[in-house]
Design a protein around this ligand. Structure first.
Ligand SMILES: Cc1cc2nc3c(=O)[nH]c(=O)nc-3n(C[C@H](O)[C@H](O)[C@H](O)COP(=O)(O)OP(=O)(O)OC[C@H]3O[C@@H](n4cnc5c(N)ncnc54)[C@H](O)[C@@H]3O)c2cc1C
Length: 395
């Protein structure tokens, strides 16, 4: 249930009820700050019947963050599914690397979670924590002053004022544009085709990923035994894939994953999204801070997009402790938040590009060399462990 817009000055106003915005609003409210949230869509709801096309993987750091926010149990009750294995291999050459939770001494390598479930859980908790929620509400004008930001809706009606406004309004962030924050963009001229599929053989609670020329296919294990797939392909190929009928799509998918899970016996409706890496040149202007996709997007290879956004959320909330409570939008607070996150996000973007280049190149001898490299990493336990700790958010 939404509450009436308050004319008092809030400590934090979040724009966008995606996972990142929801986590920031909830975390700030848990610290006793006065928090509001604007979302242009209706309040998110959880569907008992799995309608999934949009699924993400949470790493251990993200799930620990949700545990601290008090929502891990609710997520697990809404089909968040722990997986214990990850297999990555190359169609050309002998390279194969396998990670196991047991080997690393952790209970799980990660969780697959439906976006709708995640957003609905956060929304319910925000409501219970007293966050002022304004669904189906869009800002029209923003006035930034030295002490606060005033946010107006239709007819220049004041929606809310806050010491700190967080733009968690996604990759096309209009608040980022309004604040004049430049973005560096790298278009991969590729699309991620997503669907939920049924496979002949069980997924073994394993995330499977195969590199095939300029395509990457990932199968993510779901709670009901199906798998969520993300198939990154050059634009023209993606168009062809989306135009296939279900039987031909299942056949093509079986081939690209090398029939690792047997035949693909059924598929949901398909969707796709453009693959573009973006990075805002700075993460705050005045009293407005960027977080999640509003600040950065990366290639879905390795499923880190949401995890990086949640790491932003965690860092920002940490920065609101102590003296920052008096003024969460102070320049010193937002500069410290940028220091915490921008270099790390840039590093992950470069790492994803490095992987893509290494795996997408087929010069003579390179697949064999790459295979040898992967095998060496697979067998060199300390190196593999370090790689895994970073990838699964354990370091
Ligand atoms: C189809 C698809 C599949 C994906 N699959 C994966 C995956 O498998 N693994 C992975 O790690 N990442 C994946 N990603 C990326 C991942 O979803 C994002 O990194 C993550 O959702 C970012 O969360 P966010 O909260 O920053 O932004 P978003 O989830 O985009 O949320 C932004 C919110 O802001 C609201 N909003 C926008 N403008 C306004 C406005 N003006 N006023 C009020 N509200 C506004 C929107 O309605 C939305 O609720 C996928 C993305 C897409 C689109």
């Amino acid at each position: 249930m939404s509450q009436h817009p308050s004319k008092d000055v809030l400590d934090v106003l979040v724009v966008g009820a995606g996972a990142v915005g929801g986590a920031i609003a909830l975390g700030a409210a848990r610290q006793g700050l006065r928090v509001g949230l604007l979302e242009r869509n209706t309040a998110p709801t959880f569907h008992e019947v799995m309608p999934v096309t949009r699924v993400a993987t949470l790493n251990i750091a993200s799930m620990e963050f949700f545990a601290r926010l008090g929502v891990q149990d609710a997520l697990e009750a809404r089909r968040a599914h722990a997986f214990s294995g990850m297999s990555v291999w190359d169609a050309h050459g002998p390279g194969h690397i396998r990670f196991d939770a047991d080997e690393l001494g952790v209970p799980a390598l990660g969780w697959t979670v439906e976006h709708a479930a995640l957003e609905a859980v956060l929304w319910d908790e925000m409501e219970a924590a007293g966050v002022a929620l304004w669904p189906e509400t869009e800002w029209k004008t923003v006035d930034t002053g030295p002490d606060r930001v005033d946010v107006y809706g239709n007819g220049h009606a004041l929606l809310a004022s806050a010491r700190l406004v967080v733009a968690a309004d996604g990759a096309q962030s209009s608040l980022r544009t309004r604040m004049g924050i430049p973005v560096h963009e790298q278009d991969y001229h590729a699309r991620g085709v997503v669907a939920t599929v049924t496979t002949e053989r069980p997924h073994e609670d394993t995330a499977w990923q195969r590199f095939v020329d300029d395509q990457i296919i990932a199968f993510l294990p779901l709670a009901d035994g199906r798998s969520s797939i993300v198939w990154s392909q050059p634009e023209l190929q993606a168009e062809d894939t989306l135009a296939l009928d279900d039987a031909a799509f299942c056949e093509a998918l079986g081939t690209v994953i090398d029939h690792r899970l047997g035949a693909i016996t059924a598929t949901s409706r398909r969707a796709s999204f453009p693959l573009v890496a973006r990075h805002a040149q700075y993460y705050h202007a005045g009293r407005v801070a960027l977080a999640g996709d509003a600040a950065h997007t990366i290639h879905p290879l390795a499923g880190q997009g949401l995890n990086l956004g949640l790491a932003d959320a965690c860092a920002l909330i940490e920065r609101l402790h102590g003296p920052a409570r008096r003024d969460p939008g102070a320049e010193t607070v937002l500069r410290a938040y940028t220091r915490d996150r921008r270099a790390e996000n840039a590093f992950m973007q470069r790492a994803m590009d490095g992987f893509r280049l290494i795996f997408g190149t087929h010069a003579a001898g390179l697949p064999e060399l790459r295979g040898l490299g992967i095998r060496l990493v697979d067998q060199a336990t300390p190196l593999k462990r370090r790689l895994a700790l970073r990838a699964f958010g354990l370091d």
